[in-house]
Every structure is written in C-alpha cells, then in structure tokens.
Design a protein around this ligand. Structure first.
Ligand code: KG4
Ligand code: ZN
Length: 362
C-alpha cells in the first residue's frame, strides 16, 4: 500500500488529502478536506491574493491535521508529501509548498512538487482508473484548454483560449448582473428559469479550422445587452444567463469536436476513447449535457469526475504525487524547488497570446 499526503493552496481553497494505492493496484481516497475561502472574498467579488495567502497560513495546519485524522494516520505513516508548486497565486503557493517542505524535512519522506494542472489532468485515473492516452478538456477560472494526455508527464496542448478563460467569463457575467460570487454556480442557477433564445449572443471562432477558444466577444455582447436594458428585471437576468449558457455550450461543442477528430486520427484505436472534463466549470450541468451529446455523436466516452473532485482539491495533488512516486520520477533537489506562479503543462507549445492566463490563477 502506497499512501501520499497532498496539499493544495494555489487559489482560494485550503486543501489537504491522503490517497492510496493498494498492492493490487486499486486507488482510493482516504481523506479529502477542502476549506473554501469563498466568504472571505465574497465582499470583493473575486479572489484577493493577500487575503488568500493569509487565510492559507491560518488554516493549513488544521486542514492537514483533519486530513490525517480522517485517514486514521500520523504524519510518519505516509510515504511521501505532494504539494501544488504552481501555477497559481504566489502567496498561496509559498504557504503550501513551504509547509510540505517542512513536513518532508522533518519526517525524511520524499517531497513531490506538483503542477496543479497535472492534478486536474490525472484525476480521472484515480476516479475511473483510466488508461493513457486520453483527451482532457480543462475548464476552470484560470484555464481553458484541451490537452492530449499521452502518459505521465507527457502532455500536449492542442487548443487553448486566446483571451478569457471560460470560468472567468461566467464570473464576469455574474458580476455584471450583480449575482453572488462565485459566478459560475450563480449563472447556472439563474439560467434555469430563463429563455435561452431571447438573446442571440455571438459564438466566437465557431466554424473556424483552428481549434482554439475565445470568450471575450461573448462577454462584451453580454455587457451590451445588460447595460442597454438596465435596470434589469429578474426575467431579463434569467434570459441573459440562459442565452449566455446556450452560447457557451454551442461554442464548446463546436471547438471540442475538432480535437476529438484529431485524437481519432492520432489513435485509430481504442474503439471508444475518453474525453475527460475537469476544472470547476465541469460542475455545470448544461455543459456536461452538451459534452455528453458531442461524445455520443463522435463515438467518445465522456468521463467527468464527481463534483467534489472537479473543483480544486488536494486529492488530485496527492494522486499526481503518488503516480510520480511510483514511476520513480526524480525528485532530486525537490526541497529547493521554487514555486512557479506560471507553469504551463505543455512546455513545448508556444503560448498563445494571453492564452487563458488572466484569471485568478494567472
Ligand atoms: O477549478 P476551479 O475550482 O479553480 C480554478 O482552478 O480556477 O474553478 C473555479 C471556476 C470559477 O470560475 C467558477 O465560477 C467556475 O469554476 N464554476 C462554474 C460552476 N461551478 C464553478 N462555472 C459554471 N457553472 C458552474 N456550476
Ligand atoms: Zn484548478
């Protein structure tokens, strides 16, 4: 049995978890503690980096204790410590990584500095025991990208946003309509009673051969519709949210289809390859449904982690650490590893202009 403690502090969740792999290869989550800072940031309508860093300092020890207690383990029982080392807000990264270094130094266990995006990318191997290769659609507050996951540490970015991240578009739409923070769930809820055909919002890049995403034109159109009609009635807000969400699902279906076709060409087998959707926006039911339909049409299988593993959590960081530990990937010098606020998963691809780097995780 291999057991790894994971720590995640890259944005506004303070999280610790223990995951394990039994000798027969079965993965399991022994504990998964997430303390959200939503209330601390709500008044500001977004994450305030300084408040986040201080809150991580105050909460992290207790959260680690809780994760160990829930797993029924003491610090010395784990085989390694994994912590998010980037990308993310520098203050939070320093808190989590330094704490992990201290634990590693004190216990003599290996330290694994983990790329947060790799955590999202590998979660489906923990939850669904998925084999490589597969395609990943990562949609969060700071990132919107499609990654070809060929193997552990072998990631190729096939598409990315050229402006805003999708979660950011949800958050900005919510702010514009004075809906509560965080914006994604608010917009989804408001859209429920709305008329999705009332506003014909644009679908940027739809139908174009390049596989990337763009959401800033959509955001501008939402702003125009909202300001033209102010003051907005509850029905106006519902209709704007529903129309925005319909535009988003159509953009995703159109854009993602291109990468599915590319994956098919690259891997004529297996019969039903997997598209994994990850990141906070993957919690959206309308988006999941649109991706289901797309996958059905293209002969893919949609793999969506349970809601508590879509958003930021430490189980995914512990899991990435466990995979790296088992693969014997070198962690020489790990204790001197410096946090990396920017850390692309695919270091070979050229960054697109502004590519999805403007969110809280920029
Ligand atoms: O992965 P995550 O927890 O943190 C980042 O790495 O960014 O994603 C947070 C993002 C936020 O932009 C939030 O508004 C969005 O995910 N989100 C949603 C929903 N739940 C969270 N967006 C749309 N619909 C939702 N239900
Ligand atoms: Zn994330």
């Amino acid at each position: 049995m291999t057991r790894v403690l994971g720590i995640e502090t890259s944005c506004d969740e303070t999280a610790a978890a223990v995951v394990a792999r039994s000798n027969d290869g079965r993965p399991s989550i022994l504990s998964n503690v997430v303390l959200s800072q939503i209330e601390a940031h709500a008044a500001f309508g977004g994450v305030v980096p300084e408040i986040a860093a201080r809150a991580h300092v105050e909460a992290l020890d207790g959260v680690i204790d809780a994760a160990l207690a829930e797993a029924g383990l003491a610090l010395g029982d784990v085989d390694a410590v994994a912590a998010t080392a980037g990308p993310g807000l520098i203050g939070g990264l320093i808190v989590g990584l330094t704490t992990a270094k201290a634990i590693a130094a004190a216990t003599g266990k290996p330290l694994l500095p983990i790329n947060h995006l790799e955590g999202h990318a590998l979660t489906a191997r923990l939850t669904d025991r998925l084999d490589f290769p597969y395609l990943l659609l990562l949609v969060s507050g700071g990132h919107t990208q499609i990654v070809h996951v060929a193997g552990l540490g072998r990631y190729e970015r096939w598409a990315s946003t050229i402006d805003d991240a999708l979660g950011e578009a949800f958050d900005k739409t919510a702010k514009l309509l004075s809906l509560p923070y965080p914006g994604g769930p608010s917009v989804e809820k408001a859209a429920l009673g709305g008329d999705q055909k009332r506003f014909a919002f644009p679908r940027p890049l739809k139908g174009e051969a390049r596989p990337d995403f763009s959401f800033s034109g959509l955001k501008t159109a939402v702003r125009r519709a909202a300001t033209e009609r102010a003051p907005l009635s509850a029905a106006d807000i519902a209709d704007i949210c529903a129309s925005f969400q319909l535009a988003v699902t159509e953009i995703l279906a159109d854009r993602v289809a291109l990468s599915l076709k590319r994956f098919r060409k690259a891997h004529p087998r297996p019969q039903r390859p997997a598209l994994v959707v990850a990141g906070g926006v993957a919690a959206n039911a309308a988006i999941r449904k649109a991706l289901e339909t797309l996958c059905e049409r293209e002969g893919f299988r949609l793999v969506a982690p349970p809601l508590n593993l879509c958003g930021d959590n430490a189980a995914m960081i512990a899991w990435a650490g466990l995979e790296r530990l088992e693969a014997g990937l070198p962690e020489e010098g790990a204790l001197a590893f410096a946090p990396r606020p920017r850390w692309p998963l695919d270091t070979a691809s050229q960054p697109l202009f502004g590519a999805g780097k403007r969110g809280a995780k920029a």
